[in-house]
Design a protein around this ligand. Structure first.
Ligand code: ACO
Ligand code: OAA
Length: 384
């Protein structure tokens, strides 16, 4: 750009704030109809996947574009079992930091560290990258359980051969096998959080992978991005809010006061859905059922009240994080683990997108509409 042009430079008026509605790439993994409130993984409706499949089948689907045969599923499960082991050095680091860091920070550091203990860490063949994806799916539940146990000075619990990812996670977390109903709820939660097109954390993974950096680096970017309360961190923030409200009688005034201060109510609103998030719909039913079963409907009913008020006032709809909070709370899971559990599921979608990015890569590098000062001379420091 010559000097005259730079002096007269005016930014393009067409910038989409937050990249809203910008199609930033092509993908075959996930489709969202934001108007109708539908979510498909590789053409399969999320509701049907929750009813008829397991998280392991969905992981296979996201990576391969097809649901597995019985043999393919067995093979994947064998591979996951083979990689269910954390290097002792990695466990030592978890022990060192889990008491002083947020679980998402410990998870991010741990995933980053795993790269140093992967013998094929630098290998970039599709086969090696696929194996890294399997390793991460196998290890994330172990890391999340290890975070909880080490910060409470409890011994780690080894995964039990033959248990599903959902069942093993609850087992490693609590030290006893969960009942099949709770396992089913956890499994359904993992299916529903597995992928969501070009959400912020997946996009971060793809940007990193797009430089041809490695899988661990790309996933580390994703974890850091998921942590924020406008994204995955909202599930913990919802439970904080419910506890702060404390009593259903206070819910309406609480929400109203927040809206008056123009503050956001966590668990509502979405960049793509303009109606109820289909995952929230399913989680709402699960939360209702779980509340009845456990004889503890306080949090479900309070969530319903907040929904009623904010929907009447602002026309906003729940997103996936809203009912996740009351479901995990009633399952007895510590609140600050909710986002890490989200990551334990989303690792499947992140890695699917990273592999897809490598398959047909082009560096992701948009431009900025410059609005800073025009060209000007540098004034020497003693003259400023
Ligand atoms: C897994 C996930 O990531 S799901 C999302 C989880 N995040 C949350 O639940 C946090 C709360 N929600 C939000 O902050 C937003 O709805 C987001 C981040 C999800 C989407 O953001 P955007 O698409 O950028 O919408 P934006 O923040 O511009 O909101 C548009 C309007 O709706 C309002 N709005 C959106 N969400 C909310 C909310 N949760 N509470 C109150 N008002 C809201 C905004 O104040 C804004 O109103 P205005 O036009 O009068 O200023
Ligand atoms: O798609 C988004 O922007 C956020 C979301 O719901 C998810 O990542 O599951």
């Amino acid at each position: 750009m010559n000097e005259t042009k730079l002096n007269n430079y005016k930014p393009e008026p067409s910038v989409a704030a937050g990249l809203e509605d910008v199609q930033a790439g092509v993908s075959e993994i996930c489709f969202i109809d934001g108007k109708e409130g539908r979510l498909l993984y590789s053409g399969y409706d999320i509701k049907e996947l929750v009813e008829k499949t397991t998280f392991e089948e969905v992981v296979y689907l996201l990576w391969n574009g097809e649901l597995p045969s019985v043999e393919q599923l067995h093979q994947l499960k064998r591979q996951i079992a083979e990689y269910q082991s954390l290097p002792t050095e990695v466990v030592d680091v978890i022990k060192l930091i889990s008491k002083r860091s947020a679980p998402m920070d410990t998870l991010r550091t741990t995933v980053s560290l795993l790269k140093s203990f992967d013998d094929e860490g630098e290998e970039m063949t599709p086969e090696a990258n696929y194996r890294k994806a399997v390793k991460l799916v196998a290890m994330l539940p172990m890391i999340v359980a290890a975070i909880e146990r080490t910060r409470n000075d409890l011994d780690l619990v080894e995964p039990k051969p033959g248990l599903s990812i959902a069942a093993n996670f609850l087992y490693m977390l609590k030290g006893i096998e969960a009942d099949p109903y709770e396992v089913r709820i956890m499994d359904a939660g993992l299916i529903m959080h597995a992928d969501h097109e070009f959400n912020a954390s997946t996009f971060a993974c793809r940007v990193t992978a797009g430089t041809l950096s490695d899988v661990y680096s790309a996933v580390t970017s994703g974890i850091g991005t998921l942590k924020g309360p406008l994204h995955g961190g909202a599930n913990t923030a919802v439970m904080d809010m419910l506890l702060e409200i404390g009593d259903i009688e206070k819910a309406e005034d609480y929400v109203q006061a927040k809206l008056d201060r123009r503050e956001k109510i966590m668990g509502f609103g979405h960049r793509v859905y303009k109606t109820m998030d289909p995952r929230a719909e399913q989680l709402r039913e699960m939360s209702r059922e779980l509340a009845e079963r456990q004889g503890n409907d306080k949090w479900f009913l309070m969530t319903e009240k907040v929904f009623e008020v904010i929907n009447d006032e602002k026309g906003l709809w729940p997103n996936v994080d809203l009912y996740t909070a009351s479901v995990y709370y009633v399952l007895g899971i510590k609140m600050d683990l909710y986002t890490a559990i989200f990551a334990m599921s989303r690792i499947s979608g992140w890695t699917a997108h990273i592999l897809e990015q490598y398959e047909n890569n082009r560096l992701i590098r948009p431009t900025a509409a410059y609005q800073g000062p025009s060209l000007r001379p540098v004034v020497a420091i003693n003259e400023r």
